[in-house]
Design a binder for this molecule. Structure first.
Ligand code: RP5
Length: 290
């Protein structure tokens, strides 16, 4: 599955960002049909529900301040604001009543939901791949004649859905540092072996992560998105072609994710947010079975 495009506006038609109830708090979004997603379509009856979790409002370090009408707080939208990147990969976003407007349209919810930042919330997604091999190390072919690719997938603790082990880019941090950190925390912390095997894996990851291929940069159709706060990512493929680097390690369930393992890639996968469309790009790039 790849994201359908709203042809008139050249942005993905988000679906998971309209899913109701919202993943946290059971809050129901105002229902938005496909044809009412674009802001350019007038819709006087639109009454989005306002929701920001108490946790976000309690101002943890990663969250922006409140921007309600009486507040004096000002943020520099569409700019690098101190250490925070408030620029979007999608181009300049509009402000509606001084708040960022989701570049992919209506979601049925105002506020930030569980997201910390107004506007884009930047993430990075490492897609670590290897070829599926038989016990004698031959590549396993699908009946379509193409080799089967595998990627490191984690089971998210929040939704129980399988996903790429991505994470948020912390203020002042780079995408490349985030890619390595997230893979380490979510996929490698899970290694039951603590000593030698872990060290060997860390060495291989450092080597593999020197040469990544960017496969996607932009909006993520994430169920946490709102009209004023949304996820964006840079997804990078790190491919172990011989299977002798990171590909030789078996991964087990650990602390940061509910589960982690090498997963066969194919169009029948069901993944968190729009991760399936990033995985499809990798399968196409490496001419693997899809
Ligand atoms: C998705 O959320 C991104 O593609 C990335 O995988 C993930 C980052 O959020 P957390 O895992 O940190 O919650 O939109």
């Amino acid at each position: 599955m790849s994201l359908t495009t709203q042809s008139a506006f050249r942005v993905p038609l988000h679906c998971k960002a309209r899913q109701t109830p919202y993943p946290v708090g059971g809050v129901k979004r105002f229902p938005v049909p496909d044809d009412k997603v674009p802001w350019e379509v007038d819709w006087l009856e639109y009454k989005p529900i306002e929701f920001t979790t108490d946790h976000v409002l309690s101002k943890p370090v990663w969250a922006d301040p409140d921007l309600s009408k009486n507040s004096k707080n000002k943020l520099k939208f569409n700019e690098i604001d101190g250490k925070v990147n408030r620029r979007s990969h999608m181009g300049k976003y509009r402000l509606q009543d001084s708040l960022p407007q989701n570049p992919c349209g209506r979601t049925g919810m105002e506020g930030r939901g569980t997201l910390g930042k107004w506007g884009p919330n930047h993430a990075a997604d490492p897609i670590v791949t290897r070829w599926k091999r038989s016990t004698n190390s031959d590549k396993v072919k699908h009946s379509d004649g193409k080799n089967i690719l595998q990627f490191v997938a984690i089971k998210r603790k929040d939704s129980g859905l399988w996903a790429i082990p991505g994470g948020m880019v912390d203020a002042g941090d780079t995408v490349s540092a985030t890619l390595k950190r997230e893979f380490g925390e979510e996929a490698m912390n899970s290694l039951e072996a603590t000593g030698k095997e872990k060290k060997a894996l860390e060495k291989e990851v450092a080597k593999l992560f020197r040469h990544g291929i960017e496969v996607y940069r932009g909006y993520v159709d994430d169920p946490r998105n709102t009209d004023n706060a949304w996820m964006e990512t840079v997804a990078v493929n790190f491919h172990d072609d011989t299977g002798k680097s990171v590909g030789k390690f078996t991964l087990h369930a650990g602390d940061d994710a509910a589960d982690v393992h090498w997963t066969d890639i194919g169009s029948d996968l069901s993944l968190y947010a729009s991760h399936i469309s990033f995985i499809e790009k990798v399968a196409t790039r490496l001419e693997a079975h899809w």
